[in-house]
Design a protein around this ligand. Sequence first.
Ligand SMILES: [Fe+2]
Length: 342
Amino acid sequence: MKRIVYLLLVSVLVLSCKTEEKKDEKNELTVYTHRHYESDQELFKEFEEESGIQLNIVNASADELIQKMSLEGAESPADVLITVDAGRLYRAKSKDLLQSFSSEMIDSIVPSHLRDEDKQWVSLTKRARVIAYAKDRVDSTQLSTYENLTSEDWDDKILVRSSSNIYNQSLLASIIANKGNEFAENWAQGVVENMARDPKGNDRDQVKAVANGEGDLAIVNTYYIGKLLNSSDKDEVDAGNSVSIFFPNQNTTGTHVNVSGIGVAKHASNKENAIQFIEFLLEEKAQNIFAGSNYEYPVNPNVEPADILKSWGDFKEDELSLNELGKNNKEAVIIFDKVGWK
Ligand SMILES: [Fe+2]
């Protein structure tokens, strides 16, 4: 009995210390982030100086962070979660790891298709999944849509990374949402049949393979082209220069875009700070840094993209609600397995 009383006392003490701790955390914000870009360090420092709020940054892959938040439960120190794909934000939301938040500023800046329908997360930057084609072997008039990639013209010509990658899963999820499962499956099958090689490497490696003549078309996110062209490695610059960018589906659904985004953690102890941080990241100053250093499209419409992105011209984006990418992710993975997209 004594022992039980003692244990109870200890837990009460521990709990009250915890509450104390949480109260003291007013000037802190714990950021779980999967973004792997230098621009973010600059932004984090800037925010700390401007707000006086100290950031605790936890960096890992989105899957690891989501897993960590699940295991930590109500004890999780996470206040916000940043991922580089809407599909992962959707996953965090469906695991009940996020909570709704509201901000008039955010609602007025970010278009509704780039926000969660339950206001649990919002986009920070956009990236388009485009076709990078060999300048010397392909004429842009031969290109039109993602659907056209299954044409016999591209037999053995397509380079694309593995289906385990969320960028491809989200692209297929968008096709499922726009055209249905059966169409999506035939499309994925057709792309597999036209692949120049088994998928390997990241988006940059696909462009390098086009430069080496292994294939003619690479499916890639726009910012990787910006990075290649601005690399300190001459081979990367050459690879970037060997291709031109084509925005598919301009006369139909629009080019598939994905986002990096941020959600407020369900057990955030610093929700106000979290909202302040998100607003900071969407203001023109921060959006300019995102745009300038990582070649992503800003979501704030008052901010212009980097010169190199501007040089590719404006494009029509698919305005499918990003929620659909999450909802159709599972089906996309099933289809990829079925058609043997490695
Ligand atoms: Fe990436």
